[in-house]
Ligand binder design. Structure first.
Ligand code: AMP
Ligand code: MG
Length: 313
């Protein structure tokens, strides 16, 4: 298969209508989409990524009216979160309608729904005129792609089309909140922080197993976000062993010389840069990446989650 590159959302959407799979930019990372109501098309996503079939996909919408096509009910907490954070980098887990194909939800009776706020994603999703099931557009286990070049590197020849956009602004995946639980549980930390969620729905909790391998959100069980290089977490750049084949990323600037290094301005910048830095390290044959730990507040919770999982690989 030749992977077609385009900047036209309507061209990309026409392919979705024909049952093909298409990568597209969002504010979090690039997604790999298919018509959520076409099980044959959705299966192609799993094949292209090498993704385990019990790992559910998030369904992307462009209009709140589509929630009722996917969800059987919308609990009060979900309605409030929708009002405050949607469109945006937030995925809500709701009870699914029987019409949502099992292949989308990994056989679960719930469905994850998200409406991106990225302008290109919005135009694309509207032109698709169907809900679009989409995980991140990387080979399973690799860091999520934040540029169209990263999508091409992982999936060239395996997908129909890449809708080219700029580098994604957030750089980490969406926050996933299970609204079928009382109180609602954060299954995956992301760009919308626990503090932001609690400001509008005070009882929201981090899932007790959010920091462990055994998690309710099936996909989060698997090895994730990992570059080929070994990841070593450090509290300060001085702990890192500088060498031509080692790299460093963190908030504090290192005084030694690494093969590659990046001192980030703040947590947002660290999140924005992380996956792209991992991929640049792989391209430069870096053997060990030293990544500086951050405080687990705000976006720091999501960053530490991704760093720990990358280090566990
Ligand atoms: P990705 O976009 O590649 O990060 O994959 C989507 C992720 O969303 C999955 O790995 C799950 O962690 C989460 N997810 C999607 N649907 C559900 C669901 N119904 N229940 C729990 N988690 C879900
Ligand atoms: Mg993913």
């Amino acid at each position: 298969m030749t992977t077609h590159l385009t900047t036209s959302p309507t061209d990309a959407a026409a392919r979705i209508r024909r049952g093909q799979i298409v990568a597209f930019p969002t504010e979090t990372v690039y997604g790999l989409g298919a018509d959520a109501f076409n099980p044959e098309a959705v299966r192609r996503i799993f094949a292209a990524k090498g993704r385990p079939s019990d790992n559910p996909l998030i369904v992307h919408i462009h209009d709140l009216a589509q929630v009722d096509d996917l969800a059987a009910t919308v609990p009060d907490a979900a309605a409030t979160l929708l009002e405050h954070f949607v469109p945006g980098p937030l995925t809500l887990i709701l009870p699914k309608r029987p019409t949502v194909p099992d292949v989308v939800t990994g056989g679960l009776d719930t469905v994850g729904i998200r409406m991106p706020r990225h302008p290109v994603a919005q135009v694309f999703l509207e032109a698709c005129a169907c809900p679009v099931a989409a995980p991140s557009a990387n080979r399973s286990g690799r860091p999520s792609p934040t540029t169209w070049e990263a999508v091409l590197a992982d999936l060239d020849g395996r997908i129909s089309c890449i809708l080219k956009g700029d580098r994604t602004p957030v750089g980490l995946e969406s926050t996933v909140v299970d609204c079928t639980e009382v109180p609602p549980l954060v299954l995956r930390a992301g760009a919308i922080t626990l503090e932001q969620l609690q400001a509008v729905w005070p009882s929201v909790r981090l899932s007790p197993d959010v920091h462990t391998a055994k998690r309710r959100s099936p996909g989060t069980r698997y090895r994730h976000y990992a570059p080929r290089a070994h990841i070593c977490l450090v509290d300060h750049p001085d702990e890192a062993e500088a060498a031509p084949d080692t790299a460093y990323i963190g908030l504090d600037a290192p005084s030694d010389t690494f093969g590659l290094h990046l001192a980030c301005d703040d947590l947002d910048d660290y999140a924005h840069e992380l996956f792209d830095f991992f991929r640049r390290c792989d391209a430069a044959d870096i053997a060990t990446i030293y990544a500086q730990r951050v405080q687990e507040r705000g976006l720091g919770v999501a960053l530490m989650d991704r760093l720990r999982r990358a280090a566990a690989g």
